[in-house]
Design a protein. Sequence first.
Length: 132
Amino acid sequence: MNSIDLEQFIARPPAVVWRALTEPDLLARWWATGDVKPLVGHRFTLDMGAWGEQPCEVLEVQHERLLRYTFAEGTLDTTLTWRLEPEGEGTRLFLTHAGFDTTTPYGRAGLDGMGNGWPSVLGRLAETAAGA
């Protein structure tokens, strides 16, 4: 296994969840400071505090449906994929964090650490979207 696959129901429509994923001020409230933009080829960094600034590049965008970007280029070299599906009055959010090189100690530590951390991060995303 070299990926993390999670889902979270958020009681807000996809447009609101999309904003939380793609607007820097909202992103900073639930995860990290960074100049994210839903534009293929856009390069940005996410400030991960003690883990430093992580370079990213947007790979794929489907407005209010899918956002995929590289994460931690040059160190973890992983990919984050955020997929949104309408569900009733809300959104089912699917996150795949893929590409961990589990043959290295750094890759294994990243997979383990982020596997434990992502559930609480998604909870903060849901709270931020609820207030947006």
